[in-house]
Write a protein of this length. Sequence first.
Length: 116
Amino acid sequence: MEHRDWGADRRGIFTVIGPAVAEAGPALFVAFLVAGGIALLSSMSYAELASIWPYEGASYAYAKYALRPISKDLSQLTALMCAGLYFLSFAFAAGAVNLSFAGYFTYLFLIYHPSL
């Protein structure tokens, strides 16, 4: 088995920075600006939805009730897609964190049990 040196500081969501540096290269600053801009717009969008629909599932509720005058079926389909995308966003985020923890635990096991 190949030994991969993950290092003790490579855990959590900060594991993503290493591959980002490799992909973006010198444009890393611009990549972080773009990601920050998208996060800012997303947060303002959710703040607006929370003020319009002040209960849980604001994007789902907004999609369901805003499109109801146009078509009941379209509103339910759009709400279902919003709920699915919301679930996928958490699934991908959890997957990235789990991948980094798996690498960290592999590193620990190789330190304490080199025969593995």
